[in-house]
Ligand binder design. Structure first.
Ligand SMILES: CC(C)(COP(=O)(O)OP(=O)(O)OC[C@H]1O[C@@H](n2cnc3c(N)ncnc32)[C@H](O)[C@@H]1OP(=O)(O)O)[C@@H](O)C(=O)NCCC(=O)NCCS
Length: 144
């Protein structure tokens, strides 16, 4: 059956959270993944939230953001039952197209070093790995 890539709507929220749990993504339900936060983020022009729908169900997500200089690929996830069919690639390319339409010419993703499927996917799509870079964060509270 055909795959539809479309914009996330708030009606997808519960399913998307379930999907992210299935995919072991580092969920922040009290922080940036709460319904209120997602609602706020969706109103920002620099947030592009896409889902892949197959057989009437959301089976993949990608949340692209940008800071005016770089486009970031976040929350790439594909339902385990639908992996290996090219959906991950499709979602990244769709996010890149949206970012490019917003004027972004560089795309980036943060990937844990033991996440082989994701590392391979981004390599395949032409991304350069930077093993010399350390990622620093600071949070206002632990679940932010
Ligand atoms: C990473 C993920 C999104 C890939 O989704 P997918 O739909 O299976 O990926 P695709 O079918 O588009 O695969 C594209 C390429 O990625 C690589 N790849 C995907 N899964 C792989 C695996 N299990 N092992 C090795 N390489 C893999 C391959 O190069 C593949 O190309 P090929 O099929 O020609 O070999 C999926 O495994 C997932 O949701 N993982 C859990 C969440 C996650 O880690 N997200 C990324 C956070 S940075």
């Amino acid at each position: 059956m055909e795959v539809i890539i479309r914009k996330f709507s708030l009606d997808d929220y519960e399913r998307v959270l379930q999907l992210w749990r299935q995919c072991n993504l580092p969920l922040k339900p009290e922080g940036r993944d709460s319904l209120e936060e997602i609602r706020r983020q969706l109103e920002l022009p620099q947030v592009i939230f896409l889902v892949a729908e197959k057989e009437g169900q959301v089976v993949g997500t990608v949340l692209a953001t940008h800071d005016g200089r770089k486009g970031w690929i976040n929350r790439l996830a594909v339902d385990p039952a639908f992996r290996g069919q090219g959906l991950g690639q499709l979602l990244v390319r769709a996010a890149e197209r949206e970012l490019e339409a917003a004027g972004l010419l560089m795309f980036a993703a943060l990937i844990e070093e033991d996440n082989l499927p994701s590392l391979r996917l981004f390599e395949k799509l032409g991304y350069t790995v930077h093993p010399d870079i350390k990622y620093f964060t600071r949070k206002k509270f632990p679940g932010a």
